[in-house]
Design a protein around this ligand. Structure first.
Ligand SMILES: NC(=O)c1ccc[n+]([C@@H]2O[C@H](COP(=O)([O-])OP(=O)(O)OC[C@H]3O[C@@H](n4cnc5c(N)ncnc54)[C@H](O)[C@@H]3O)[C@@H](O)[C@H]2O)c1
Length: 342
């Protein structure tokens, strides 16, 4: 299809880590891409690079998803066929300190967006949710029928946003809603041009490990080595961000036929411990990553990995990249951009 004849796909939060990679995947598939982002944690440089990598232009409007008037103006100006809603705040620790901010952006922001979409007759939405909605489930792997019991304000904000969208979708059968529960996105674009660029101290393991490897930080603190896991450190389902980006595309393609709402895990189905990640990163980078063991962090769980079979069944999607590829790509990004996009 010719890009000129297709209406826009709107990516909220498109200037962020996952959003920029998703913009590349959309452009490569021929979609005209429109990004709406407040830039509170995003970068126009990421958008410029995504545009070059994807081989197409990205229209950009700076704004906040809590701002109904800005969203109304956006929908009035651009014909939009579907929205990928990635804008949000995502740090578990910060959400404990600033719960109202998290609920305002993640819950009220999602509500405002859904209202603006409904008013503008835009009926297709792909929503970024998170495995944190499951809390600390009793059984692994986690499938989508596991009880939702988030144990921090961030996870609760995602569950509330899911609930309000599902309720709206149930009341309006013409809506198409895909809720994507991401496990642990890591990695970078294989070109080394796009990657995760955390402000301040990274909250997540992989960017921390790569900053230690490049010498920006002296050592990695491993929180807990007495968990009931094979080596005592926490186990997570790490997923390459380019696989995740493809997942959004797969959801977009599946929605018209799916009807109503679908909720899927996006993960690899494999768990890796903190020490597995450190070893893989050392191999990929040729650097040593000094570490020390520290006490467990409150709220952390021992292990968490996905049953991704529903995503394969409903979206025809499965993750392709392994941990070595994730580490290689992070290292290429880190080496080429030691200060991120700055
Ligand atoms: N990275 C992860 O580990 C992870 C895991 C599960 C789910 N998610 C979800 O995926 C989405 C994207 O995450 P990411 O890792 O790319 O984060 P990110 O911070 O890199 O990107 C989020 C983007 O949203 C923008 N934004 C924030 N608040 C906004 C607002 N009020 N209005 C408009 N734009 C706003 C930021 O400027 C940023 O560009 C988030 O919704 C996050 O909760 C992320």
């Amino acid at each position: 299809m010719n890009a000129d004849t297709k209406p826009w796909v709107l990516v909220t939060g498109g200037a962020g880590y996952i959003g920029a990679h998703t913009c590349v995947a959309l452009l490569e598939a021929g979609y005209p891409v429109l990004v709406f982002d407040s830039l509170v944690n995003g970068s126009t440089e990421a958008l410029a690079r995504a545009s070059t990598l994807g081989g197409g232009e990205i229209a950009f409007v700076q704004g906040d998803v809590r701002d109904r008037a800005a969203l109304d103006a956006l929908f009035a100006r651009y014909p939009v066929s579907a929205v990928l809603h990635l804008a949000g705040v995502k740090a578990v620790g910060e959400s404990v300190a600033r719960p109202l901010y998290y609920h305002e952006v993640n819950v009220a922001g999602t509500l405002t967006l859904a209202q603006a979409m409904h008013a503008a007759d835009v009926r297709t939405l792909v929503f970024s949710s998170s495995a944190t909605v499951y809390g600390a489930p009793a059984r692994m792997p986690i499938d989508e029928s596991a009880p939702l019991a988030p144990n921090n304000p961030y996870g609760r904000s995602k569950r509330m946003a899911e609930d309000l969208l599902r309720d709206h979708c149930a009341a309006h059968p013409e809506w198409r809603l895909a809720i994507l529960r991401y496990f642990n996105p890591v990695g970078a674009h294989p070109s080394g041009q796009l990657g995760e660029d955390p402000l301040g101290t990274p909250d997540n393991l992989m960017p921390f490990v790569s900053q230690v490897a490049i010498g920006r930080r002296p050592e990695l603190a491993v929180f807990g080595n007495d968990y009931p896991t094979p080596d005592g450190t926490g186990v997570r389902d790490y997923l390459h961000v380019c696989d995740l980006a493809r997942g959004h595309l797969a959801a977009l393609h599946a929605l018209p036929a799916a009807g109503g709402e679908l909720t899927v895990n996006l993960g690899t189905g494999r768990g890796h411990s903190v020490l597995d990640v450190v070893r893989a990163f050392e191999t990929a980078s040729g650097q040593t990553v000094p570490l020390r063991f520290a006490p467990r962090r409150p709220g952390d769980i021992a292990a968490c990995w996905a049953d991704p079979s529903r995503a394969e069944q409903l979206l025809g999607w499965r993750a392709e990249c392994d941990l070595d590829a994730m580490c290689r790509d992070v290292w290429r990004w880190q080496r080429g951009n030691p200060e991120g996009y700055r």
